[in-house]
Design a protein around this ligand. Structure first.
Ligand code: COA
Length: 158
């Protein structure tokens, strides 16, 4: 199913400033639109209070963060999570994870995975919710300056 342009706009409004270009982690509009055409891909957008913004909300809704996931059978992979820099450390990321756990659980998901570059402070958010490191890939990511960074895989039962 095609994602609504308003949903993609909201995701891109956060994407535009949430990722440090040094790591090349941000997705472009086309990548988001393509991902959302797949029925097992889920996007959740919240405002600065951590309240979910419905896909059909008015244009005026103000996105502060989003999480993008994909499920296969009873496992779900967290592909991207991001919060606008100006509203960090106010619980928006935690709200995204809480809503994700509730929605994933209602889809019959029992385990969530994610992959993170070593050194990303997001590890503190993930640890708080029970994600534990389960593997690593040495020098997996390549930064803009050519340096390599390890990827760490985390898993969490919900
Ligand atoms: C990771 C990210 C989504 C966290 O969003 P956030 O809204 O700031 O998270 P919260 O305020 O809900 O944080 C909840 C808890 O996680 C931990 N935490 C979050 N960010 C942290 C940081 N930078 N340093 C230390 N602990 C952190 C804290 O324990 C925090 O609780 P506290 O503020 O009461 O101490 C945000 O920093 C971000 O968008 N980063 C850039 C994108 C990115 O790298 N995403 C992950 C890879 S896809």
């Amino acid at each position: 199913m095609m994602a609504s342009p308003a949903l993609i706009d909201r995701i891109m409004a956060v994407m535009g400033s949430a990722f440090d270009p040094a790591y090349g982690e941000a997705w472009n509009r086309r990548q988001i639109a393509d991902a959302l055409t797949m029925p097992n891909t889920h996007a959740l957008v919240v405002d600065a209070d951590g309240t979910p913004i419905p896909d059909n909300a008015a244009q005026s809704a103000s996105p502060a963060g989003f999480v993008l996931t994909r499920h296969v059978l009873d496992e779900e992979e967290l592909l991207l999570i991001a919060v606008l820099p100006g509203v960090r450390r106010r619980g928006v990321g935690a709200a995204l994870i809480k809503h994700l756990f509730a929605q994933a659980s209602s889809r019959g998901i029992t385990r969530i995975f994610l992959e993170m570059r070593r050194g990303n402070p997001a590890i503190h958010l993930y640890s708080k919710f029970g994600f534990e490191p389960i593997g690593e890939r040495r020098n997996y990511y390549r930064m803009e300056n050519g340096e390599r960074v390890d990827a760490i895989t985390f898993g969490c039962s919900i």
